[in-house]
Design a protein around this ligand. Structure first.
Ligand code: FUL
Length: 417
């Protein structure tokens, strides 16, 4: 897979400057909003009337501020989902906000969201579904490639810098798009943007929509999949880099990406969200949590509150290390003042040197000897280890047992309860 790259190449893989910067973002907000929001649908068939799209109080600043205040570091909007309805006034089709009653057909959700992100200093990205269930030109491969490329160009050139472009594989099984042309546009207009999943992806789908990464989750691409319906990798180009970090998408409410009236699908609890964070970001991947605006165009109160709780719990757990160290070599020690209880370890490799650690242990100095308190294989961008019981010790040691070359530990930090 991955264009036939060998294991040796995978082992030597390193992130690009843009990938390394993106991996530092760690936590993104996904926002599914569109005609589906008004039609009680997850996958609109492309036959709903734009007349239904009429949010009464749309406020993209509320979405973006909720994300920013909770510690999210980038924001992704569905500019076009599978139903083909465009949230910006595209020139390519009438199936867009301009045919809706919202803001008398003069609105642009992508613009409002991009502006809110710019104001909040949050990197902004877009989802643009290749699969289009409305456009009659979809049946004609070459004609649709033209439409798609034009839509993409509008988005790539009209809304400032984009952090990521999401090419969702769903519905596109067996379909070929002109990826060299599509990727050419991305490289021309947004060379720093990450590309999710298709074309020449720089970010891969983790392989589930549950918000966690398996462990270990190596940054090499050999296990990547395009969508949950296929293992077919033909949508990948040979120039896909060997380094392709994973992103973990998940809705905050059950398996619903869009808002639904009287939705009884349970909202994820605070404990569940923190657990997902520790099994995505804590496994070296990136968490992309979806919150769906309702038909007013606002996040529900209870969802905004859950986000705020999530943010404060992450700050409480990981805001202030009790002690921290770093360095080149097999062993890194952290010393603490007496009387501290340690519950979590956060390990990071300097991934700009590649992913070198293959096996490690962490120990605490207790009663005159080093006692093992955690162990693992991959560290990569980040590994979070939660201890079964809090440990009271003044010395903690990380030892790399196996590595591909000299390990570079960017940070070994210990945190309280
Ligand atoms: C899937 C889509 O089919 C869902 O509707 C949603 O957009 C999710 C993020 O990706 O493939």
């Amino acid at each position: 897979m991955n264009g036939g790259k060998s294991m040796v190449e995978m082992e030597r893989a390193k992130p690009s400057r843009q990938q390394a910067a993106w991996q530092d973002l760690e936590l993104g907000m996904f926002c599914h909003f569109g005609l589906n929001t008004f039609c009680d649908r997850e996958w609109g068939a492309g036959d709903d009337s734009p007349a239904a799209f009429n949010p009464s109080a749309l406020n993209a600043q509320q979405w973006v501020r909720s994300a920013k205040d909770a510690g999210f570091r980038y924001f992704m909007l569905t500019a076009k989902h599978h139903d083909g309805f465009c949230l910006w006034p595209t020139k390519t089709t009438d199936y867009s906000v301009k045919s809706s009653p919202w803001r008398d057909g003069k609105g642009d959700v992508v613009r409002e969201c991009a502006d809110a992100c710019l104001e909040a200093g949050l990197p902004f990205g877009i989802y643009i579904s290749p699969w289009d269930r409305h456009d009659s030109r979809y049946a004609d491969v070459a004609a649709y490639d033209d439409v798609y490329c034009e839509q993409l160009t509008e988005l790539l050139t009209g809304y400032g810098p984009l952090v990521e472009i999401w090419f969702d594989g769903a519905g596109s099984e067996g379909r070929t798009y002109d990826w060299p042309r599509i990727m050419g546009l991305v490289r021309k207009y947004q060379p720093d943007a990450m590309v999710f999943n298709m074309g020449a992806p720089t970010v891969r789908w983790v392989g589930n929509e549950d918000g966690f990464a398996p462990y270990p989750c190596w940054n090499a691409a050999e296990a990547a999949r395009v969508s949950m319906f296929t293992n077919d990798m033909t949508a990948w180009l040979p120039e896909t880099p060997a380094w392709v970090p994973a992103e973990c998408p998940v809705p905050i409410r059950g398996n619903h990406w869009f808002w639904h009236p009287n939705d009884e699908t349970p909202l994820r609890s605070l404990e569940e969200l923190v657990d997902l964070y520790e099994r995505s970001v804590g496994h070296g991947a990136t968490l992309l949590l979806n919150v769906a605006p309702d038909n007013r165009g606002l996040f529900l109160e209870e969802e905004a509150e859950r986000l705020a709780e999530f943010g404060s719990e992450l700050r409480r757990r990981f805001g202030n290390p009790l002690g921290q160290s770093n360095g080149e070599g097999r062993s890194t020690v952290v010393q603490l003042p007496p009387g501290k209880a340690v519950k979590r370890l956060v390990l990071m490799e300097d991934i700009t040197q590649g992913e070198r650690v293959r096996s490690y242990i962490a120990e605490a100095w207790i009663d005159g000897q080093w006692i093992r308190i955690a162990s693992g294989s991959a560290i990569g961008h980040k590994k979070i280890d939660t201890l079964a019981v809090p440990i009271h010790s003044e010395s903690y040691r990380l030892t790399v047992l196996e590595s591909e070359g000299e390990p570079f530990i960017r940070s070994f930090a210990v945190y309280g309860e």
